[in-house]
Design a protein around this ligand. Structure first.
Ligand code: MG
Length: 287
């Protein structure tokens, strides 16, 4: 792998929007984030089989993302109601599920768990916020005992609110997976400004692009996810800012086009080219 900014891609085994491992292998991508498979697939045996395929393809797993039954990204309101640890009626069962995903990550030899925690409640004095805090702290303490950490995905709240939540949680194994496109899709703020604000906490990133919803619709209706380089993120500026904040880890491409695998593969291939050429431009021979 390149020492600085090795290329990665968001991958799925049997669940989630990611590309399949065959595509990773064909495009010779050296690292992946992987969406957790369904419950019955999270065995040590399945992990070993997947790891063997990764090893054959020369691929390293750098983050395992949680995903929960009943989540829907149909629209912003449904996402707020169904995603992550925030919905109270499913909070406890999902914490148990996240533990199972952490165990699966350990079978894969991966020390990093990724998560969309959900729309963190605005009111920091509310019971829901305080309970979310306690549940998150307990999960992080358990992960720490196993040498693991958690990266929260950005986008469902503003950078400011996310920072407040971080401070309130107060655990040193909590970090950020920065996704610039999500800031646009959810209408939660300019991605470059947000990246500068949360920079010290960023330990992994998604390279994904999107166009804003019309101004009067932002935060109410989705922006639109598009191929990398064709949206409003400004990938050149994004990578320059990642250099500024001192980030040297993987650039993990995410393309949520699971209903059109042919186009998804094409877009990921083009994203690899864009990232490699921009990396060479920014770092010269040192990458
Ligand atoms: Mg993402």
């Amino acid at each position: 792998m390149a020492d600085i900014w090795p290329i990665g891609v968001f991958t799925s085994i049997d669940a989630g929007f990611g590309v399949h491992l065959e595509v990773v292998s064909e495009l010779k991508i050296p690292s992946i984030h992987v969406h957790t498979p369904h419950g019955n697939m999270r065995t040590e045996e399945q992990a070993k089989a997947f790891l063997a395929r990764c090893s054959d393809a020369g691929v390293t797993v750098t983050c395992v993302f949680c995903g929960f039954e009943g989540e829907s990204y149909a629209d912003i309101e449904t996402t707020a109601r169904t995603v992550g640890l925030v919905p109270e009626s499913t909070r406890q069962e999902r914490v148990l599920d996240a533990r199972k995903t952490a165990e699966f990550a350990r079978y894969l030899g991966c020390d990093t768990l990724g998560m969309h925690i959900g729309f963190v409640p605005e009111d920091r004095n509310s019971e829901s916020y305080r309970d979310l805090l306690a549940v998150t702290q307990a999960l992080l303490d358990e992960l720490a005992e196993n040498g693991q950490k958690m990266h929260l995905e950005t986008g469902q709240e503003t950078a400011n609110h996310l920072l407040q939540f971080f401070n309130d949680v107060g655990r040193d194994n909590l970090f950020i997976n920065f996704d610039p496109a999500n800031m646009i899709l959810y209408g939660t703020g300019d991605p470059i400004e947000a990246l500068k604000m949360v920079g010290p906490h960023v330990r992994s990133v998604h390279c994904k692009d999107a166009v804003w919803a019309p101004e009067d619709q932002r935060g109410k209706s989705w922006g639109r996810e598009v191929a990398l380089g064709q949206g409003d993120v400004n990938i050149q500026k994004y990578l320059e800012t990642l250099k500024e904040i001192g980030y040297k880890g993987p650039l993990t491409i995410e393309r949520e086009l699971s209903e059109d695998r042919v186009q998804q593969k094409k877009d990921v291939g083009q994203a690899v080219e864009l990232l490699e050429s921009t990396r060479a431009e920014i770092w010269g021979e040192s990458a």
